[in-house]
Design a protein around this ligand. Sequence first.
Ligand code: NAD
Length: 498
Amino acid sequence: MNIVGHLINGTMVSETDRVQDVYNPATGSVSKQVALASKATVEEAIAAAQAAYPAWRNTPPIKRARIMFRYKELLEQNADKICAMIGEEHGKISHDAAGELQRGIENVEFACGIPELLKGDYTKNVGPGIDSWSELQPLGVVAGITPFNFPTMVPMWMFPLAIACGNTFVLKPSERDPSSTLFIAQLLQEAGLPDGVLNVVNGDKEAVDVLLTDERIKAVSFVGSTPIAEYIYSTANANGKRCQALGGAKNHAIVMPDADMDNAVNQLLGAAFGSSGERCMALSVAVAVGDAAADALVGKMRDAMQSLKVGAYTDSSNDFGPVITAQHQQKVVGYIDSAEQDGASVVVDGRCPEVSGYEEGFFVGATLIDGVTPQMQSYQEEIFGPVLQVVRVNSMEEAMQLIDDHEYGNGTCIFTRDGEAARYFSDHIQVGMVGINVPLPVPVAYHSFGGWKRSLFGDLHAYGPDGVRFYTKRKTITQRWPSAGVREGVNFSMPTMK
Ligand code: NAD
C-alpha cells in the first residue's frame, strides 16, 4: 500500500516502522497509509532546517518574495489536483476545497509583500549625532502543527509567512489527511526554495513532543482542538518557546427579530453545514431573539434543509461531504442523541442519511435541533459536525450574555437591520472575530485570525500583521559615529535628551 512519507532537506523520506491508515471518508475504505515519524526522523528534519537557516536568513527579502510569487502560480496551476487530494482524504466537495485553497493562496500573496512588511523604523538624531532604528529579525527554526479540517489552508497560514520572514520551518500536518499538505510543500520546493528551508514530518504525538521540547525550535504555531492547544501552549512555553495555539470553537449567530429572515436562513445553511460543519468558524448555534423570530427561523430552515445534498466529493452538485472518520461520525450522532435525551427537539434528523453508492461512508446529514438550553452537553461542547442548534432567548442582552458565558470565543455573527444594535454587539461581545450579517467572518490574509477565551492560547493571532510579529523578533539599534579624536566624558546618570 502507498505510504505517505516525509519531506526532509528537499528529499522524500519513507518510514515503515509505525504507520497509520488514511481513509477515504466517502467510501469508508483505507486509501493509503501515513508514516508516523520517530524521534530520530523529527530530529533529522530539525537538523536540516537548522543547517539551511544561516543562508536563508541572509537571502534578500526580494529573492524570498520571488519564490513566493512562483509558488502562487504553481498552486494555481495545480489547483484541480490539490482539490482532488483534499476530497479523497478529507471528503470536502471540490467547490469547498477550491475555496480553502484560494484562502491559503491569499496568504502566499501576503507573503509576497515581505520586503515591505519587514521594513523597520528609523529615527535620525534621537540624540546629538545619534541615530536609532528597529529591525525585524527571524527567529530561527520554527514549527507548525496543523489539524485535519483545512489540510492546505491552515498550513499556509503558517509556513509561507514564516519562511518569507527568513525562518526555516518544520511542519507536522494532520495524520488523517496528509497528502495535499505534503504536495503543497513539494510545490514550494519546485518554486525554488532551497533544501531544508521547509521540511514536513508526518506523525502523531511522538513527533509533536520532539518539536515542543527540542531547543533548536524557537517558536510553535498550532491549530487544533482546545485540549491539545492547551497542552501545546504550556509545553512549548515550559521549554522556552514562543507559542500561538489556536483551539476549538462554538460559534453563535444571534438572529434578531428585525433580521431579513430569508437571508439569515441562506447564510446559516452554508455556515452551519458547509464542510459538514467541520470548520472552526462554523456557526453551530443560532440564538433567536423572541419566539416569533425563533418560529420563523426554525420553519424556514426546516423547509430549506429538505433540498440539501450530502454526498461524495466526486459530485460537485453536493453541498457537503462526510465527516472525517467513523469515530467522529459516531461522536456527532452521539451529541444529537444526547440533545434529544436532554429534552431538545430534533427538527431535521441527519443521523442516518442515505447516500446511494456510498453506504459505508462516514456521512451525517444536516441536522436542526430546537429548544436547546445552555445546560445541555451538546451546547457546551464543540460538535464539529453538520448540526445547528437553536437556543431561544427573550432579548439581545440575554443572547450576548449566553455568548460571553461560553468557554469559547472564536467567531460570532449577528443578523439584524439595526445598525445601532450591530455596533453595540461588535463593540462589547467577548469574541475575537465578529460578523455583522456575515456568517463566516474569517479575516482576509492581510488582517489576522484569532479567537478569544479558550479558542486561542497566546498573544498574537495567526497570519497577516500578527503573523509577521509572531515570526520575527524586534531588535533596536542605537548608533553614534564620533568624529576622529572626539571623546565622551564619563556619565553615571541615565542618559536623557533634557
Ligand atoms: P486535533 O487537536 O486532534 O489535532 C491537531 C494536531 O494536533 C494534529 O496535527 C494532531 O496530530 C496533533 N495532536 C493530536 N493529539 C495530540 C496529542 N495528544 N499530543 C500532541 N499532538 C497531538 O484537532 P483536529 O481534530 O485535527 O482538528 C479539529 C479541531 O481543530 C477542532 O477543535 C477545530 O475547532 C480546531 N480548529 C481550530 C481552528 C482555529 O483557527 N481556531 C482552525 C481549524 C481547526
